[in-house]
Write a protein that binds this ligand. Structure first.
Ligand SMILES: C[S@@+](CC[C@H](N)C(=O)[O-])C[C@H]1O[C@@H](n2cnc3c(N)ncnc32)[C@H](O)[C@@H]1O
Length: 297
């Protein structure tokens, strides 16, 4: 597919991150995958990315919420609020949602709160799915303090977004599929989208909140300076882990731009709005983050 995005530069402003564990076959060894993918600014064999990403989130899980607030100065909360309120869960009655790469449950909690506060809906459900048990554990602990704990409204499931077990996540079974700041960490975006399409009911909505491309050159420069200098430093100070936050910043720059990602969503079979801001996607803060939606037809 032709991309309408301006060419991205992979600026390496600081040293490349290190692999901290032995993840099996060395690149180039006879058994290692010949296909490669990006892990931040590094190119790695496709079959190693999942464990590298797992290491990142194992390392950050206990500090994830604190770091999110610190690194975005709390702005991620506004984006998440906007994301959920534009989806209006509960407006047409209780719905069945799946929040993939749901981590510590930020989106799930907002979906349930929105349905309850706006529509007095206590029957909408969210299944939080994540590949990382530690992130889910943090989410579970957090939900224990809410009214949703021990109710059928929320449940936690360890699974890979690229291959949701069909016996557990059945075809045509959800009204809403959400994924926030998760899809860029997955090895194959088309595989995630294919699974999203499979599990949604016809007419169901796919919604993704992700970092994206900042189009304003001045904002883009400021944002780059902030991201590459402040965020890894905060990672060091607050979480004792610079490498993981360096990866998270780099992975944002490697993610497809708005129109390219919208094309991938359509390639998976979803109908989207037109190829512009306010159509297939809605930029947040000039494209620092972006909401993409599609409907299963
Ligand atoms: C940046 S966190 C986002 C968490 C949450 N959605 C939020 O917005 O706060 C990304 C999450 O994606 C999860 N993840 C990465 N690869 C995944 C995969 N292949 N399948 C499911 N979850 C994955 C990570 O474990 C992590 O919890």
């Amino acid at each position: 597919m032709l991309s309408h995005c301006a060419k991205r530069t992979n600026r390496r402003l600081v040293a490349p991150i290190l692999i901290r564990k032995n993840h099996g076959q060395a690149p180039g060894s006879p058994q290692s995958s010949s296909r490669t993918t990006s892990f931040g600014f590094r190119t790695v064999p496709e079959d190693t990315k999942e464990s590298l990403v797992k290491d990142v989130f194992d390392s950050v899980a206990s500090k994830y919420d604190l770091m999110n607030d610190a690194s975005s100065l709390g702005v991620h909360r506004l984006w998440k609020d906007t994301f959920v309120s534009t989806l209006r869960p509960g407006r047409k009655g209780p719905i069945r949602c799946i929040d993939v790469a749901g981590g510590t449950g930020d989106i799930a909690l907002r979906i349930l709160d929105h349905a309850r506060e706006e529509y007095a809906d206590r029957e909408t459900t969210v299944e939080v799915v994540d590949i990382n048990a530690q992130m889910l554990g943090e989410g579970f602990k957090r939900f224990k303090k809410t009214m949703y704990h021990n109710t059928p409204q929320v449940s936690f499931h360890e699974a890979n977004a690229q291959e949701l077990p069909p016996s557990q996540f059945r075809d045509n079974s959800y009204d809403l599929y959400t994924i926030a700041f998760g899809i860029r960490n997955c090895t194959s975006i088309p595989a995630v989208l294919k699974e999203a399409y499979r599990v949604l009911k016809p007419g169901g909505t796919f919604a993704c909140l992700e970092f994206s491309k900042v189009n304003n050159p001045l904002l883009s420069t400021l944002y780059d300076q902030y991201s590459f200098s402040v965020i890894p430093l905060l990672g060091t100070i607050l979480a004792g882990d610079r490498d993981s936050y360096q990866y998270l910043v780099e992975s944002i720059r490697k993610f497809p731009c708005q129109s390219e990602f919208a094309g991938m969503i359509r390639d998976a079979g979803f109908a989207t709005g037109g190829d512009h801001d306010g159509g297939a996607w809605t930029d947040q803060w000039g494209g620092v983050a972006c909401i993409h939606t599609g409907v299963k037809v």
